[in-house]
Design a protein. Sequence first.
Length: 376
Amino acid sequence: MDRLDSVIHEIYNAAREPEYWTSVARDVAAIAGGHAVHLLLSQMNSESEILSLFSRDESGFAQEYLKEYAAEDFRVPRVMARPLGVFADEREYVSASESRSSPIHQELLPRHEVYNISGANLCIDGHIGWFGISTASPSLEFDNRQRSMLGMLSRHLLGAFQITALHNELKLSRDHSRGSLDLLANGLVLTRSGTVVHVNDAAQRLIEQGLFSISGGRLRCRDSTLDRRLAAVEDQARDRSQAMLLQLPDLGTAYMVSVHDVFPRYRDGALRASGYEAISIVELNHPFDIKFEDVLAFCAPYGITSAEASAVHASLNSVSLSEHARTRHVGLSTVQQQLKSALAKMGLQTQKKLFRAFERYRNMGASRKDIRRTRE
């Protein structure tokens, strides 16, 4: 019983630490007198496999099954229709004649020395799940004691699969949230109890440029004087949100760095820090190097033509319309009309409002192409 308890404990460890599933499969096979164990957990609405392993993995069974046979496996709907977590012999729902005519039973299983399969339906909400175990030869069968043990383990595997699926959903939600932060053109650093937990793409670019760094669980500035001011701001933010202006004359730019307590709460009549902080870094005066492809993406939803977008591009880069007209070898009135038409399509009355609209777009809606380019 001690050995069985140890395997059950190992099953729930694997639900939290996926690297343990391989040893779980081998130990289940060993304790139950089986030859090989197959564990599968996959999302129904995607091709994402959370868990797919075969205890004798060197044979390549799991990969071959998923690639060549899974789509045509007639047993899947029958397994899914069975009670959850109930261990049963495959021969209860696959007839001898079906087995004789099945490529899975005649080709795949013998090739990998898989015989007399038994298992349990572990298909939890939105997921296909399976636990299967086989014998080493056609003449070997599981006895009643082994089947009782495997029935108990099946129920624990079902519980562990539910935990595994939940952890995977939480991880996907976290990754989705963090991926969304990478769409922002503003830098964002998230900390928890003095530990940096996420740096978005925009902040990472500033770090790579040497403007900022991460050390000791906080954001630092390359200028020692500004760094001391920044440290004071971060300390004060434990009580309330703080902001400071970092001017970098040598670069001709400035940054507004804001520190926010994400979950502030009152306790004992006072505002208490939660330990969850968000540090935002906003460049206040972008250099005039706006790319035409970015302007095209900005203009696309409005049905603006390429020529009109070119006039918008010139305006956003503070290029005079007369100079733009000379470059394009067209009349000034033509360029003026193109800009006027573009502004009308966007519902903007002035170039000042155009600058504001584009700045909001650039801060909140960086194009996917820009993001891909920074990662390549």
